[in-house]
Design a protein around this ligand. Structure first.
Ligand code: DAH
Length: 335
């Protein structure tokens, strides 16, 4: 009778351990069937009150039952722990080949990147970067550059005038006034580059923007010749468009240079007009109090948008102006 009862406890324990779905359920089953208050534990404690005969026969039965229950518990524990571990491995699986979740923290506009690139190129050769104001006096923007009062560029069709008109102030139409500012405030030798924003009364279309950027270069030193200009432009063009690009100068006219030229680059199989240049007109040097018996100089000016459009095959100015990140991201962050 007793034996049957003990065998029932063992099979109850074995069934309960087997039925446990996880380690938590197993813990409940363990307390019930192998804990201090489980039937075998209570029976085991009752052995003390038995006679030596009873004790030896019943003690063995209880001992065997305990062993059987402990081994069922150990099996169930091992099985459920293994199940837990493999579930964790699955849940926490990391696919290291997935693309990283990148966050875009912003970057510089491609025009700014290009301005910096141009400045770096010239700074590396000892030039300094000069800036001038975007609102400029008409005298610096035009007269000092030998652009006469009746020049067509000086009409409302082309230039933004600042009110009141008597102020004589304009939004600079070119970066060339920075040449004048530099020559008025420093002595030769002068080697400067001046990238900046410029303004003209143009409608925004595929090739024009009322707000755009130029980069101006000015060198004034002893015995400067057009050969120096040509060499500087050639190197500059190669830095911008690639080592195999070639340049040519075409005669042209600017009031502030004499002689004047357009500089073209041969890029992607065709000649492309890049910018203007020339030897600084002696009248301009004299306007700035520079002795033309001792010094001569050259100057050049390029559109930054134009340079970017040519180099990267951008066909619509809107792309540059609108600042859509789907466009700008292609140029990197430029930091
Ligand atoms: N400022 C001229 C323009 O806006 C470009 C230019 C031409 C600048 C010749 C120069 C130069 O310094 O020498 O069209």
């Amino acid at each position: 009778m007793r034996e049957k009862e003990v065998a029932g406890w063992v099979s109850d324990a074995q069934n309960a351990f087997k039925a446990a779905q996880d380690l938590d359920q197993l813990k409940v089953a363990r307390l019930a069937h192998a804990g201090d208050k489980s039937p075998v534990a209570l029976a085991s404690r009752g052995l003390g009150a038995m006679t030596p005969d009873e004790k030896s026969s019943f003690g063995k039965i209880i001992g065997d039952a305990k062993t059987a229950i402990a081994s069922a518990l150990a099996n169930a524990t091992a099985t459920l722990e293994a199940a837990r571990d493999s579930k964790i491995l699955l849940d926490e699986i990391v696919d290291v080949t997935l693309p990283a979740n990148r966050s875009h923290k912003g970057g510089l506009h491609p025009i700014t990147i290009m301005k910096n690139e141009i400045s770096d190129f010239f700074v590396n050769q000892g030039y300094s970067v000069q800036e001038g104001p975007e609102m400029e006096s008409g005298w610096l923007n035009f007269d000092a550059l030998n652009i006469p009062g009746d020049h067509p560029a000086r009409t409302m069709q082309d230039t933004f005038f600042i009110e009141p008109l008597e102020s004589g102030m304009v939004l600079r139409t070119q970066t060339s006034p920075v040449q004048i500012r530099t020559m008025l405030t420093s002595e030769p030798p002068i080697y400067i580059i001046s990238p900046g924003r410029t303004f003209r009364a143009d409608e925004l279309d595929a090739t024009h923007s009322p707000v755009f950027h130029q980069v101006e270069g000015l060198v004034v030193d002893r015995a400067i010749t057009m050969a120096h200009l040509k060499g500087v432009l050639e190197n500059f063009a190669q830095a911008m468009f690639g080592a195999d690009v070639i340049t040519r100068l075409r005669p042209s006219f600017f009031p502030f240079t004499e002689p004047s030229a357009e500089v073209d680059v041969f890029f992607n199989g065709q000649w492309i007009e890049w910018g203007g240049c020339g030897m600084v007109n002696p009248k301009v040097l004299q306007n700035c109090g520079i002795d033309t018996q001792i010094y001569s100089g050259f100057a050049f000016g390029m559109g930054v948008e134009r340079t970017l459009m040519v180099r990267h095959g951008v066909t619509d100015m809107h792309e540059i102006v609108e600042g859509d990140v789907r466009f700008t991201r292609q140029f990197g962050i430029g930091l």
